[in-house]
Design a protein around this ligand. Structure first.
Ligand code: FE
Ligand code: FE
Ligand code: ZN
Length: 278
């Protein structure tokens, strides 16, 4: 069965968000682990957490995904920025694990001039101070488009991070279709080849989630602009092949296309229809 959802707002609380997932006929969701541009978060009352767990259980949600804030840069060479990122990842792993959320994804970060190797060393150090042996939550590294000094634009960089951490078995990868396409992995003409490369460098079992997005920017552009499914340079056909590929079809898919919940609901319905008619 297809596991699909979208990035959802938690402004109305997490139980309300889960209700909205059901209403849009999705069966998973991605939420921010805290305010994406600031540093605030709110703690939920037990009653609300119970309601959330109840909805998710009754409706058989697939693995849920929390996304770390964009302001968190674990690769940074700036002390303040780095300390902040270390605090955020440590707190949010505890908070999201306590909610029973299966995966937390983060952008590996931008080295902003200190070089990729130094940036990767910072990421590893930051993960090691945050991850504990007893946590159930898996940390997902997101594949990036490579804008600016971003790390995670190649599978090899993600491998370096995983190889360096103390608990590598708690690390996985989230493949963002828009980002890999912009990074220069040709999922349109050679999806098999890209997945083979992923398998050789990282191993397919590490692939735990897919961000399903079209790309406004062309192949290899290293620009990160999401487009609605079918309205970008990747196209509906190629994205349907991602959804149905034997190596991917059982993973959870999350839309991060430029829509609100109503639009995401329509997009999910359209994808289901296309899959049924093929
Ligand atoms: Fe992301
Ligand atoms: Fe993404
Ligand atoms: Zn993006």
């Amino acid at each position: 069965m297809l596991t699909i959802g979208a990035h959802m707002s938690i402004a109305g609380g997490i139980a309300k968000t889960a209700k909205n997932v059901v209403a849009m006929k999705a069966n998973t969701m991605q939420i921010f682990s805290r305010n994406p541009r600031g540093s605030n978060y709110r703690n939920y009352e037990q009653k609300e957490v119970d309601a959330f767990q109840d909805i998710r259980r009754r409706h058989g949600f697939g693995p849920l995904l929390a996304h770390a804030p964009y302001t968190m840069n674990l690769a940074s060479g700036n002390e303040k920025t780095y300390e902040f990122a270390c605090m955020v990842i440590q707190e949010d792993l505890v908070r999201m694990d306590a909610l029973g959320i299966e995966n937390l994804v983060f952008h590996p970060g931008s080295h902003t001039g200190i070089g990729a190797d130094a940036g990767i060393r910072n990421i590893i150090r930051g993960l090691n101070q945050a991850m504990t042996e007893t946590q159930n939550i898996t940390v997902l590294l997101e594949t990036m488009s490579g804008k600016g000094t971003e790390i995670g634009v190649t599978f090899e960089e993600l491998r370096q991070i995983r190889d360096g951490v103390r608990f590598p078995e708690n690390i996985g990868v989230c493949l963002d279709t828009c980002h890999v396409f912009a990074a220069g992995y040709d999922i349109v003409h050679d999806l098999d080849g890209v997945l083979e490369e992923f398998d050789q460098v990282l191993g397919l079992p590490l692939l735990r989630a897919v961000h399903l997005n079209d790309s406004m920017m062309p192949f290899g552009s290293h620009k990160d602009r999401h487009a609605a499914i079918g309205a970008g340079e990747i196209g509906l056909d190629a994205l349907l092949k991602v959804l149905t590929h034997p190596a991917l079809k059982d993973l959870p898919f999350y839309l991060e296309t430029p829509f609100d919940e109503e639009g995401h609901g329509k997009e999910i319905a359209m994808l289901r229809e296309e899959l049924d008619s093929r």
